[in-house]
Design a protein around this ligand. Sequence first.
Ligand SMILES: Cc1cc2nc3c(=O)[nH]c(=O)nc-3n(C[C@H](O)[C@H](O)[C@H](O)COP(=O)(O)OP(=O)(O)OC[C@H]3O[C@@H](n4cnc5c(N)ncnc54)[C@H](O)[C@@H]3O)c2cc1C
Length: 290
Amino acid sequence: MPEFDLLMPQTLPEALEMLGDRAPDLTPLAGGTNVIVYMREDRHRYKMLMDLTRLNELHGVRREDGHLVLGSATTIAELLTDPLIAEHGALLRQAAAVFASPLVRNRATVGGNLVDASPAADTAPPLLVMNAEVELASQKGVRRVPMDEFMVGVNETLRQPEELLVSIRWPLPATRSAGGFSKIGLRKGAVCSVVSAAVMVEKDEDGLCQSARIALGAVATRPIRAYAAEEILVGQPLKPQIIDLAGQLSAETVKPIDDIRGSADYRRRMVEVLVRRLLSRAAQEIVPRE
Ligand SMILES: Cc1cc2nc3c(=O)[nH]c(=O)nc-3n(C[C@H](O)[C@H](O)[C@H](O)COP(=O)(O)OP(=O)(O)OC[C@H]3O[C@@H](n4cnc5c(N)ncnc54)[C@H](O)[C@@H]3O)c2cc1C
């Protein structure tokens, strides 16, 4: 391991001051499941790291103004046990259940997953279909960026070097809405996604699709939405024929690559299968809430 300096701020203002003074030479360190691997593989040289684990402001899950707000340092393991996530973030919980291994889940954070910005980041498709926003803070203030815009390319986001990702927020899911997340890997556990997908649909009182969101992972340079497929569902009954069409349109949206984990053609076909499967399940699940 190369040597590095480690700063350990105790509060968010202290951390933002450190970043303001030293960025871009200072890199935030959350669970380290990307950073430490990159360091060992010599993919990145870090001059200074700043440990985020003591910042209480980045922890916890709460309801606020019709939204769920998730601290960026929430671990993937915590997503599996938090009652608010179980109630208002079921898709994120599904992604957490198939994320890496229990050991990695205990360290890996949601914020780290988003800022690392892998096209295969498993928390991204659920957050995209949940219409989430990320909250970024610096000494200059706080800004919110929709998930749709936050990831811009492979390991690239709109985060500025002096900013910390503080939280992720999304509107509480509407009544008569349902969705799901699914991923295909090379094994059943502890694997990166070869393809992943999340869907969220909402029905109106007549049972027609009022809104639909479809997000796909590992099939472009960043996790993406399948807008064309979403549009054809709106105003329609969620029946097999239209669901099949949404699957096909989703497959046409993606720009996958061939790599050691799968061919572009396989990925395109699996997008169609996953989207069709998730939409069919969601369509059957929607029941009015209390
Ligand atoms: C064996 C193994 C299996 C894995 N399996 C999966 C998997 O199944 N699915 C998946 O999606 N990923 C997987 N990963 C990747 C990794 O675990 C995740 O991306 C994880 O969520 C990263 O979180 P972290 O807290 O460890 O981030 P770190 O490694 O600490 O940081 C990652 C990046 O985010 C930045 N960062 C972290 N927190 C903040 C913040 N609050 N504000 C600003 N910048 C920040 C860091 O500077 C760094 O650039 C796996 C990794 C390993 C080693």
